[in-house]
Design a binder for this molecule. Structure first.
Ligand code: C2E
Ligand code: MG
Ligand code: MG
Ligand code: MG
Length: 289
């Protein structure tokens, strides 16, 4: 077979990929218009005091044919596409609207929202964010936090750190998400004024078995404290995780061992019923959980 045919095959596959992506994007756009996306909210707690610290909004797609889809199955196709800005704005608006409803019911808790790099770098990001916040005057400063992946923050440091500073001026704080997966260094943390570091769940999950991951976690905690940044551990799946994190000086946690992501309506009830697991309160750790 000649080279000509090989080119032909290659083009066909590429065309098919392009068409596939085009169709996926159109489907997401229609889903957005049809109200098929929802936000779940996962609690973040102080594992020492038991107080609810905040909630993280996590998107789900109620796909008419495929059922509930997790973000990993539809966010990658949006990467670098302008539609990710529209979806990101829907997420912020939905979270603000939900917070407004909760507040009217006497439930007042900060919410963090995940922001894609593409959205954060869109030219009118600050103006759009401000007008979305202005539509909710009932929410005070400090109600909204934005989570940006450490890896995306690294790729466009100066732009991201400028936005972090501008957001601080309007009462919106930042967290560096999946922290520890990028090239964590003292020099760049100094330039990124994000208030919080969310340690990637990989380190938390493995710290019980792998001394190297435990060492990374301890180094991140030391670094964060030196820079007066708050640390929150993701992937707190059990009492053993919670206890070890407390011993290491990490008080904030999020994970299935505390709560799975919840429907918005279920959150106030969960918050009223939740209390610290007895084993976390023990001053002298016991042998068995
Ligand atoms: P993330 O921001 O790091 O969110 C934490 C992810 O870990 C969530 O997955 C959550 O359900 C899961 N998780 C929480 N606790 C545990 C645990 O104890 N064990 C395990 N194994 N997993 C746990 P989810 O909801 O599938 O989201 C995955 C990622 O998709 C998020 O990671 C975030 O980067 C992205 N994402 C989610 N919602 C949005 C959104 O509205 N906008 C954007 N741009 N990205 C989003
Ligand atoms: Mg996050
Ligand atoms: Mg994360
Ligand atoms: Mg993640």
């Amino acid at each position: 077979l000649a080279g000509k045919n090989r080119y032909h095959v290659f083009d066909t596959i590429q065309d098919r990929c392009q068409r596939g992506r085009h169709e996926s994007l159109a489907r997401i756009r229609r889903g957005l218009e049809a109200g098929e996306f929802v936000l779940l909210y996962q609690p973040k707690v102080n594992m020492r005091t038991g107080l609810l610290n905040g909630l993280e909004a996590l998107i789900r797609w109620h796909h008419p044919e495929q059922g509930e889809l997790e973000p990993a199955s539809f966010l990658p196709v949006l990467e670098d596409h302008p539609l990710s800005v529209a979806l990101g704005e829907w997420v912020i608006e939905s979270a603000l609207e939900r917070m407004g409803r909760w507040k009217r019911d006497g439930f007042d808790v900060p919410v963090s929202v995940n922001i894609s790099a593409r959205h954060l770098q869109s030219p009118d990001f600050m103006a759009r964010l401000q007008s979305m916040l202005m539509a909710h005057p009932e929410l005070g400063p400090g109600s909204l936090e934005l989570e940006v992946l450490e890896t995306s923050a690294l790729e466009s440091m100066s732009q991201v750190s400028r936005i972090v500073e501008e957001c601080a001026g309007i009462g919106v704080s930042f967290a560096l998400d999946d922290f520890g997966t990028g090239y964590s260094s003292l020099a760049y943390l100094k330039r990124l004024p994000a208030a919080r570091l969310k340690v990637d769940q990989l380190f938390v999950r493995n710290m019980l078995e792998d001394p190297d991951d435990l060492a990374i976690l301890e180094a991140i905690l030391g670094l964060a404290h030196a820079f007066r940044r708050e640390v929150i551990a993701e992937g707190v799946e059990s009492v053993r995780h919670g206890k070890l994190l407390l011993q290491l000086g990490c008080e904030l946690g999020q994970g299935y061992g505390i709560s799975r992501p919840l429907a918005g309506d279920a959150v106030p009830l969960w918050a009223a019923a939740w209390s610290l697991p007895v084993a976390w309160r023990d001053r002298h750790p016991v042998e068995h959980d």
